[in-house]
Design a protein around this ligand. Sequence first.
Ligand SMILES: [Zn+2]
Length: 184
Amino acid sequence: MPKEESVSEGDFEQQLCPLCHEKTLILTERETEVPYFGKVYLFSMTCNNCKYHKADVEATEQKEPVKFEFEISSEEDMKVRVVKSSEATVKIPHVTTITPGPAAQGYVTNIEGILNRVKYQIESLKEAAEDDEDRQKAKNLLKKLTRIAWGQEKQKIIIEDPSGNSAIISDKAIKSPLKVKAEK
Ligand SMILES: [Zn+2]
């Protein structure tokens, strides 16, 4: 994670783990300022017993459901800051979709950090692939990701977050309200 100026932090040890119910969880809270987004809380929980890990980000002010669209078109774009909460869906068309949910993580990173996570995911898929076709598909995607990172291939990235706790921080990013389906 890129360095942020830390405003305050706290560590809480011997917390109850939601998974194994042992008092072996370490909870870390940190407040940080993300330029053009505002103050965010960074949470991280790690259990020493069952290795449960959860990290998330939350803006200190109430945010509206939001959608960000961004086109990666140069190497310079790798540095663009991204705030991604665990409730965000990250769509990288023709590559992958990072889905929200209880197992999803939230973090402050940049475009490069997002691509690296995707790369890692595809590399594990490649390792686990049973047939040559799947392995070749994964290889092609990895090559594509490298071309995107070098600014040789344009790639759209879309983040949708009903909690509003996500953002792509760039003048090039298109921000719009996210229509959330009404729940009954
Ligand atoms: Zn545990």
